[in-house]
Design a binder for this molecule. Structure first.
Ligand code: GLC
Ligand code: CA
Length: 575
């Protein structure tokens, strides 16, 4: 694998609306991010992905863009943005913008013009279809519910929107549109950003011509996942994008790719791939149901482990996944993946260690480093989110009552990760002096950054250690490039793996059980891990990380306490 500038870094996602508010309007802003750069630097962050801050009517919280080259006034100005880029750089932090180009806003001038004159040049920027007999061009279901077609005023024309009706899809088949997008991307790259997180990108290639698919619910519509399986040829667009934007800038790009087929991974993230990396969503989709959230099942520790290891195997020799436990579209990782008995500081450190030490580029989502948890939402009115509203209705239609539906929403909603950052134990968690746009989780008095900064045993301090290890000259080569080899994979509740480097190995051990577990050294020997080498590592102080005071390694066995996580450095014998 060719070495790249970003390989050894740690990335962090900011959801600006909820990060830090400097003017008391209850909404986080760019100045707020600038003010917290020192906090991020102290944590060890070197890449910052910023969710959309462009001009937007906020039908989908900024993922509906009305002008790609303007900052929405609720966040600040372009001068603030330029200052953010410069101030971040001065601290060794690179910025990634969120690239939302499957669709724009219905208030974007391109779409306004397309509606005015569907047969003119801007009509070709979108998917516009004339419907005369009332029969829509196809029966696809929008991700946020209902058909993907919406009528333009009182005309015979309809436009396609895979997401909200205020998010018309851009027509990537039109080379003119593609050139406009690349020009805009280069404009941002020339400003000094390091690259992009690329939103919803698998949707840009539609299977054409439009046709119906077998309906999969009573609404007579078909899920987009099924439809997109038929879409061939996306790489022509993505390779072109890489050649005209990323490559000349040596930019970093990370794609939101959900449906990559096994054989396609090299096309995405290989040395010649279109992107630097894509997110590993295998744990995210595990247990999801096509029927809706009410029919989903949270993965337990064994399912979680299976997903991680499967992805590590797939990426081996190909490239690097970007690893996450949460983002702005998911519930909080500690609430989602940890069993109830593990939702405490020890359990949170365990989840942190086992995901962070995997091969790939680790991303943290704001608040993850302090262990922010899901919210108990009591009414759908508390949420300002199109997808939660749609899923709430799906629950009711399936026969759940309001209380049951809200329980489902509180478990799966992306509103969970969007509650304001908990900076300290003052009012509103120190996020704003005004009225926060979304409820602050009342647990901010116990869970907040200020108290954890003072505490060497806090989750925040543990994340700092994990990030430091990634940069440690003695270990970093193995942490970044070492192959991942699952260990004792069949042992329930244990997530263990080796990262194999040239002169050393790193053993990662995590016990998700509520009971202590005993691992006979003989069984480790069978997997190529010498008991002697392990004992030597402990004797010589190479327990690189541990969420417990001790590690019990005596006689013929290794014992792990409930929820213990340990990372051990092992030197190869002949050096
Ligand atoms: C992506 C974003 C999500 C948004 C959607 C439409 O999945 O992460 O927040 O709603 O695309 O842009
Ligand atoms: Ca503000």
């Amino acid at each position: 694998m060719e070495k790249k500038w970003w390989h050894g870094k740690t990335a962090y996602q900011i959801y600006p609306k909820s990060f830090y508010d400097t003017n008391g309007d209850g909404i986080g802003d760019l100045k707020g991010i600038i003010e917290k750069l020192d906090y991020l630097k102290e944590l060890g962050i070197e890449i910052l992905w910023i969710s959309p801050v462009y001009l937007s009517p906020f039908a989908d919280q900024g993922y509906d863009i009305a002008d790609y080259c303007a900052i929405d006034p609720i966040f600040g100005t372009m001068e603030d943005m330029d200052r953010l880029i410069a101030e971040a750089k001065a601290r060794g932090i690179e910025i990634l913008m969120d690239l939302v180009v499957n669709h724009c806003s219905d208030e974007h001038p391109w779409f306004v013009e397309a509606c005015r004159n569907p047969e003119g040049p801007y009509g070709q920027y979108f998917y516009l279809q004339k419907v005369e007999d009332g029969k829509l061009p196809c029966n696809w279901r929008s991700y946020f519910g209902g058909p993907v077609w919406e009528r333009i005023g009182q005309t015979d024309w309809y436009y396609l929107h895979l997401f909200h009706k205020k998010q018309p899809d851009l027509n990537w088949e039109n080379p003119k549109l593609r050139q406009e997008i690349y020009r805009m991307m280069n404009w941002w790259l020339d400003k000094g950003i390091a690259g992009f997180r690329i939103d919803a990108i698998i949707n840009i290639k539609k299977p054409l011509p439009f046709r119906d698919y077998p309906a999969d619910r009573e609404d007579g519509l078909c899920d987009m996942g099924t439809v997109l399986e038929d879409a061939k040829g996306i790489m022509e667009f993505l390779d072109e994008m890489r050649d005209q934007t990323f490559s000349p800038h040596d930019a970093f790009s990370v794609g939101e790719v959900f449906n990559d087929r096994k054989e396609e991974l090299p096309d995405y993230i290989g040395d010649e791939g279109c992107f630097s990396s894509i997110f590993d969503f295998s744990q995210t989709v595990e247990g999801k149901s096509p029927l809706g959230w009410y029919a989903c099942k949270r993965p337990g520790p064994d399912a979680y482990k299976r997903c991680c290891f499967e992805s590590q195997r797939r990426a081996q020799g190909v490239g690097l996944f970007s690893n996450i436990i949460e983002n702005h579209d998911e519930p909080r990782g500690v609430s989602y993946y940890l069993p109830d008995y593990a939702r405490n500081v020890k359990g949170k450190k365990l989840l942190a260690a086992v995901y962070f030490m995997l091969k790939g580029l680790p991303f943290l989502y704001q608040g993850q480093e302090i262990g922010m948890e899901n919210m108990e939402f009591s009414s759908i009115e508390e949420l300002d989110d199109v997808s939660s509203r749609f899923e709430y209705q799906v629950c009711l239609d399936a026969g759940l009552d309001e209380r049951e539906a809200m329980k489902v929403i509180s478990q799966y909603s992306r509103g969970n990760s969007r509650t304001p950052f908990q900076w300290d134990d003052s009012a509103n968690g120190g996020f704003t002096t005004g009225k926060p746009w979304l409820l602050v989780n009342p647990n901010y008095r116990e869970i907040n950054a200020a108290s954890q900064e003072r505490d060497p045993d806090s989750l925040l301090s543990f994340y700092k250690q994990l990030i430091r290890l990634r940069k440690d000259p003695q270990w970093k080569d193995t942490v970044i490039y070492g192959e991942t080899l699952p260990v004792l994979e069949e042992m329930s509740g244990l997530m263990a793996y080796l990262r194999r480097g040239e002169k050393q190995e790193i053993l990662v051990l995590g016990n998700f059980n509520s009971q202590e577990i005993t691992v006979p050294l003989k069984r480790l020997e069978k997997e190529g891990i010498s008991g002697e080498a392990l004992k030597e590592a402990v004797r010589e102080g190479r327990i690189l990380l541990n969420n417990c005071e001790t590690l019990s390694l005596e006689g013929e066995s290794l014992r792990l306490q409930p929820l213990q996580a340990a990372v051990i450095g092992i030197m190869h014998k002949n050096d």
